[in-house]
Structures are given as C-alpha cells and as structure tokens.
Design a protein around this ligand. Structure first.
Ligand code: CAA
Length: 395
C-alpha cells in the first residue's frame, strides 16, 4: 500500500495552494458579501489550467489524473468555494461527461473551449420538483426528427448566469421512465434559453446560481450524448465522479478552517497562555486533525479508484458523505475556537462554515449518499475493492 503523492501531484498541490492564497484570498470576503461573480479569478484559473484538468491535451486540457484534480480542488476550497464549485462543475460534470460519453464531433466542438475556460459549462439536472428524486424529470425533449424540442425549468444551476453550454437532462418518452430520459448539449445563446433569477444564498455566494427556462429550444439531434434513453445513466455516472470533486471541496473547507483555528489558537491568549494550551481547545484541534485525516484518505482513495478505472461509485459517495459532515462539524468548531472573532467576516471561518452546508446538499444530499451506499452494501459490496476480500459475501 503506497500513500505517497507523485512529484506531479505535489506540484499541482503547491500551485493550487499558492494560487488560492495569493490570488483568491484577497477580495474573497467582499466578493462573498456582495455576491460579486469572480470573473477575474475564473479567468486566472483558466490560464493556470484548473478548468480542464483531466481533459486530454489533444482537446486542450491538462491530461491530469483525478488525484491531482482532488488536490487542486482541496487547496482552492480552503479559500474560495465559489471558485471551486465553478471549477468542479466544469471539470467533473461537464468536461468529463462530454469526453467520456460524447461523439468525436462533440468533443472537438466543445472540449477545447470548455477545457481552456473560454467557455464555462453548467449541469442542468435539478428541477423545482425533481431534486433527490432525479428520475421525476418534467423538462421534456420531444423528438422532432432532426431535432429535439426542449421545454421546461431547471433550478439551482451553478454558473447559470454566465455559462455558455448546458448539459440538460430531459424526458423524451415518459412511458419508458428513466430509460426515456436524454441528455442534450445546449448552447445558451440559442433561441428560447432564458436565464431566470439569481439566488441569494447562505454560502458560495459569489458563484452565480440561477433558475433556467427552456422555451421551445430546438436542439439538433447530433447534440444528444449517447444512445436514445441514456440520459439518466449519464447523469448518475457523471455525478459519481462529481461527488469526488465535492468531497474534495468539503475536505478543503474543513482543512482551511482547521488551519485558521490552529494558527489563531497559538496566538490568542487567555488565562495567561495561548488557548491552544488549554485542553478544551487542544482536544478540539485533535478531533479536527484526526477526522480531516480520515476524510483525506477516503477522498484520495476514491479519486485513485477512478484513475485505476475501478468502481468508484460507492467510494465517492462515502467520501462525500463523510467529508461534508466533517466540514460542517469542524467549521462550527473553528468558529467556536475563534470566539467572537469567529462570528465576524474578517476572520474567514464564518464564511467557511456557511460554505460547508452546501456540500451536504448538492450533487446528492447526505441522505442520497446513504441510499447509494446502503444499496451497494445490500447488494454485497461491503468494502471498496482495493481493501481485499469481502468476507461477509463469502460467509
Ligand atoms: N451509474 C450508472 N447507472 C446508475 C447509477 C450509476 N452510478 N446509479 C443508478 N444507475 C441506474 C440504475 O442501474 C437504474 O438503471 P436500470 O433500471 O436500467 O438498472 C437507473 O439508473 C435508476 O436507478 P435507481 O433505480 O437506483 O434510481 P432511483 O430513482 O432509486 O434514484 C438516486 C437513485 C441515487 C436517489 C438518484 O436519483 C440520485 O442520485 N439522486 C440525486 C440527484 C443529484 O445528485 N442531484 C444533484 C444535482 S447536480 C448538482 O448539484 C450540480 C451542481 O450544480 C453543483
């Protein structure tokens, strides 16, 4: 069992850390407070290759592995989760979905723009009445011969106000249930695409999250990804990888809050000594460090399984479930360690606490992750494959 990162992975981690601390930290409080979209910061992320990290170089991407992507997500999420969610959706949902399941023409047309950040992508699955129950799609894509006619409403769409390309999940044949769902590549300047209200959110406030309406949008048949009826499986498979990205984000949030709390506890004195020397605080730090370390192993292992082309659905769900709950728990503790200073914006930890909440909700709530994990367990998949035999199954 090898726990070392490669030189390339360490270099990516360093570059992402430096970028986050130098380029994202200044201004992050104001962007969050005033809901300012981080246009300049997204442009710099694109320049550094963070928007198409795993895309093959022949399509303009960095050709990196999922572990490198997780490391970069983690470092950026220690500072700015509006930037990291834009990065995550573009990389692991939109680019990965097109590269893995798209035709050669679709890859050549869309990936070079998306991977270099010239264009930004959105993933449009959720609807007002189809969140966790993702098969209940009301958006319709009616087959009109050479094109689909797309109608419906999507909500909670990350980058909804700025993206150029949407991957839209829609129902073509309602009688076929989830097997009648398709996924279509839609360009946002096409007639009938309407950008709705921008959400005023608890966290990740400078990312632009919108409702989107499709009104008789004509989508050419060649913009369907995969066979007719592949859309739901596409969404599930793509989200399995996306969940590793969000798990990395949660890990970064927890790690960022921990680093701030540790530094503060060494500086701040009470009762004649640094608060880190009081057991009440030292034990909090010990719990944070321990659980973050456990989350780290789960997240990196899920990414590694994906790189090995092994089954990562269960590992990704477990990593997201655990890392997001660690992020929530320990950002609250980081605020507590900061006392009154933790409650004001200047010290960053209250923002991380607000950002942590969404990692338990998007790309599948913690409850959805428990559905995925429990179903796998009941099918006999007790552990992820690299940890050897499933003794329960053999018993
Ligand atoms: N890979 C491939 N296929 C899969 C799959 C996977 N990981 N998971 C399920 N499927 C297939 C099943 O095999 C089944 O196909 P067959 O009937 O042909 O065998 C089909 O999909 C339906 O599966 P289920 O019966 O398990 O479906 P379900 O209705 O019980 O729902 C669910 C399962 C896990 C709850 C699913 O609906 C789900 O994941 N919901 C959450 C949706 C979600 O994560 N939304 C996030 C929105 S996107 C977002 O947040 C992005 C952003 O902007 C940040």
């Amino acid at each position: 069992m090898v726990f070392e990162l490669t030189e390339e992975q360490l270099a990516v981690q360093d570059a992402a850390r430096e970028f986050a601390q130098k380029e994202l930290k200044p201004g992050v409080i104001e962007r969050d407070s005033k809901m300012i979209y981080p246009a300049e910061q997204v442009r710099k992320m694109a320049e550094l290759g963070f928007l198409g990290m795993m895309v093959a170089p022949k399509y303009g991407g960095g050709g990196m592995d999922s572990v490198s992507y997780a490391l970069a997500m983690e470092e950026i999420s220690k500072v700015d989760n509006s930037c990291s969610v834009i990065m995550s959706v573009n990389n692991s949902l939109v680019c990965w979905g097109i590269e893995t399941y798209g035709t050669e023409e679709q890859k050549q047309k869309y990936l070079p723009k998306l991977a270099t950040g010239e264009w930004i992508g959105s993933f449009c699955l959720s609807e007002p009445e189809a969140g966790s129950d993702a098969t209940s799609q009301r958006t319709t894509a009616i087959d009109k011969g050479d094109h689909y006619l797309l109608n419906g409403t999507k909500n909670w769409i990350t980058s909804g106000g700025t993206s150029n390309v949407h991957l839209v999940i829609a129902q073509t044949d309602v009688d076929k249930g989830h097997r009648g769902i398709n996924v279509l590549i839609v360009e946002t300047n096409w007639d009938g695409v309407e950008i709705g209200a921008k959400e005023d959110k608890l966290g990740i406030r400078s990312s632009d999250t919108h409702t989107i309406m499709y009104n008789d949008v004509k989508v050419p048949k060649e913009n369907r990804i995969g066979e007719d009826g592949f859309g739901f499986k596409f969404a599930m498979k793509t989200l399995s990888g996306g969940r590793i990205g969000i798990a990395s984000q949660a890990l970064g949030i927890a790690g960022g809050a921990y680093e701030l709390a540790l530094a503060y506890s060494k500086e701040r004195e009470a009762f004649g000594k640094p608060i880190s020397k009081h057991q009440a605080i030292a034990f909090k730090l010990a719990d944070m460090a321990t659980e973050i370390e456990a989350a780290k192993l789960m997240v990196y292992r899920a990414a590694w399984l994906k790189d090995q082309h092994m089954d990562y659905d269960q590992a990704g769900s477990m990593a997201k479930l655990f890392a997001s709950e660690v992020a929530m728990r320990h950002t609250i503790e980081a605020v507590q360690i900061h006392g009154g200073y933790g409650f004001v914006k200047e010290y960053h930890v209250e923002r991380l606490m607000r950002d942590a909440k969404i990692t338990q909700i998007y790309e599948g709530t913690s409850e959805v992750q428990r559905i995925v994990i429990s179903r796998n367990i009941l099918k006999g998949q007790l552990y992820v494959p690299i940890f050897g035999a499933n003794f329960l199954e053999q018993a």
